[in-house]
Design a protein around this ligand. Structure first.
Ligand code: BTN
Length: 328
């Protein structure tokens, strides 16, 4: 880790001021070097107060997504340790899929400040307002059977829900992986898999998380259907800190999944399900049908009791809405 990053970490950690000498000792560098790094951090937009008798205090950090901003929050072993930071791109999922084909390592994260063609599930688009939210794609090379790879979407959904809970927002998961608060969408996940018959080549888990967009900034048609962490908490958040919280939760859920499959995560997932016990409509390619949501199976399939036959059916794909047009 660079000295600059360690200074930032020490300033973040300090409750109040920390002296130049204490920083120098902690990092094993001279006070003059500390001064130089602090000056560079100020130039990068960090507001750092210097009081002669007390030392330095971090007043505010810019809401940028540089290696430094992210690095000082990141606590993962491998996720996001390799970052590809883009100002603008068509879709971070496309970039991550390409990097996957080119051999980029497991855990690589592509992050963009804006996307011109952000993609959602079922051929929808993902509105990507510049510099407000998180648009990120995680490249994974899990040693799992191709048939289990779609479960990564549910694993990512649980991780996102846990991360936003840590940040103070009670979220639910709408099967398979929308993160909703009070019926409004806070985040979406698009998982894309490149596999051979018996082997997963690579998987890209793309996440769009509304962090600092305000309700009025969403397009008119989304204003009653979307929300952001800022909307929910009443204050903006550091996107770098939010990203690090998501990655830490994703890594710990992934560890459990790679070890024991989805089953050990199913109860935690189901606890947060927005469809539990609700009357739902399953919209398939050829037909649609209705039933009552009875939970999820050990592998993440949605269990729905068909209203006509009373049989509990496993739903593995498709769009699910709450019957009667009520938002889940
Ligand atoms: C959905 O809810 O339909 C899924 C939305 C996924 C959006 C994210 S934003 C980052 C990544 N890049 C994309 O083009 N899509 C995903």
């Amino acid at each position: 880790m660079s000295s600059r990053l360690r200074i930032l970490g020490a300033l973040e950690e300090a409750e109040g001021h920390i002296s130049g000498q204490a920083l120098a000792t902690k990092l094993g560098i001279t006070r003059a070097a500390v001064w130089k790094h602090v000056a560079a951090l100020k130039r990068a937009g960090y507001e750092i107060e210097g009081v002669r008798s007390l030392g330095y205090r971090l007043v505010s950090a810019p809401d940028t997504l540089t290696e430094m901003d992210i690095g000082c929050h990141l606590e993962t072993r491998s996720l996001a340790r390799r970052l590809v930071l883009l100002d603008r791109t068509a879709s971070t999922n496309d970039d991550a899929l390409r990097l996957g084909r080119e051999g980029a390592p497991d855990g690589t994260v592509v992050l963009a400040e804006q996307q011109s063609r952000g993609r959602g599930r079922l051929g929808r688009s993902w509105v990507s307002a510049p510099r407000r939210n998180l648009y990120m794609s995680v490249l994974l090379r899990p040693v799992i059977a191709p048939v289990d790879a779609p479960q990564l979407s549910l694993v990512a959904g649980l991780a996102l829900a846990r991360a936003v809970e840590e940040l103070g927002v009670e979220a639910q998961i709408k099967w398979p992986n929308d993160i909703v608060v009070g019926g409004r969408k806070l985040a979406g996940i698009l998982t894309e898999i490149e596999a051979e018959a018996d082997r997963v080549g690579h998987v890209v888990v793309g996440m769009g998380l509304n962090v600092n967009s305000q309700a009025s900034e969403f397009p008119a048609e989304l204003q009653s259907r979307a929300t952001s962490l800022r909307d929910q908490l009443g204050a903006p958040l550091s996107r770098a800190m939010v990203l690090a919280t998501v990655m830490r939760n994703f890594e710990s859920c992934l560890d459990v999944f790679v070890d024991g499959g989805f089953a050990p995560l199913a109860a935690a997932w189901q606890q947060r399900s927005s469809l539990q016990g609700r009357d739902v409509e399953i919209v398939g390619v050829a037909s649609s049908w209705r039933g009552r949501c009875a939970g999820i199976d050990w592998d993440g399939a949605l269990l729905v009791q068909d209203e006509r036959s009373a049989q509990v059916e496993r739903v593995v794909a498709g769009d699910v809405t709450v019957a009667g047009g009520y938002r889940a």
